[in-house]
Unconditional design. Structure first.
Length: 221
């Protein structure tokens, strides 16, 4: 009997990951160039500020979705190295979110910080948008390997807050539009699918929470 030949599957190598990161930078810088050219060449409508806010907000949302797609895609394709692209994608998601907020604060509200606080606290869609932004800020600040080592197990718990940002961001988009809700609803559906793909992880998390709660109850008794 002839020995069965082992199946050799293509595996991503470090150089492939490097080129993927180069592609991510190139695509992101391309869209940033498009934004700059449209801004200074009158490529937007009669309300360019709203158009720029819309452009940067959608860019942040799209990049966040791609970031969250990496893990299930890596698992499905059995390409664990693919997760090494998540950090650069996450940083670009925050970059676009930072531009989005900066345009709103500077061009829409004229750096009136009192008005900024008032708007965020009185408008629900801005409240959840601010929560999502703060989550992305926190995750960006703690995205380095050094902080990952320092935080240990707490790092993963902290970065699980991205799921809340994933859910709130498209809701922020839906509540911010006055008409044409089809696109925001599609974003909410995609976010729901991305969360659904992690249902086993959520189940394990809930099981651990229950186990810890039961253990504390037993100890206290």
């Amino acid at each position: 009997m002839k020995p069965q030949r082992e199946k050799h599957f293509f595996k991503l190598k470090p150089q492939h990951i490097t080129w993927l990161k180069v592609a991510i930078h190139a695509v992101s810088l391309f869209f940033l160039t498009v934004l700059i050219l449209q801004t200074f060449n009158g490529g937007f409508s009669a309300d360019p500020v709203k158009d720029i806010e819309h452009f940067t907000g959608k860019a942040a949302l799209n990049t966040l979705f791609i970031t969250m797609l990496i893990s299930p895609l890596a698992m499905y394709l059995k390409q664990g190295a693919l997760v090494k692209t998540r950090r650069v994608l996450g940083l670009y998601s925050f970059f676009w979110a930072l531009l989005h907020l900066s345009v709103y604060v500077s061009l829409d509200l004229g750096f009136d910080w009192g008005l900024v606080g008032e708007e965020i606290t009185q408008r629900p869609y801005l409240t959840i948008g601010a929560i999502s932004w703060l989550i992305l800020l926190l995750l960006t600040l703690t995205s380095t390997q050094k902080l990952q080592r320092i935080l240990g197990a707490h790092w993963q718990k902290l970065h699980n807050w991205v799921y809340l940002a994933l859910l709130l961001s498209p809701i922020h988009y839906l509540w911010s539009v006055k008409s044409g809700i089809t696109e925001p609803v599609i974003y909410i559906a995609i976010a729901s699918l991305l969360l659904l793909s992690r249902r086993d992880k959520f189940k394990r998390g809930l099981a651990n929470i229950r186990a810890n709660r039961d253990q504390k109850t037993t100890t206290s008794n």
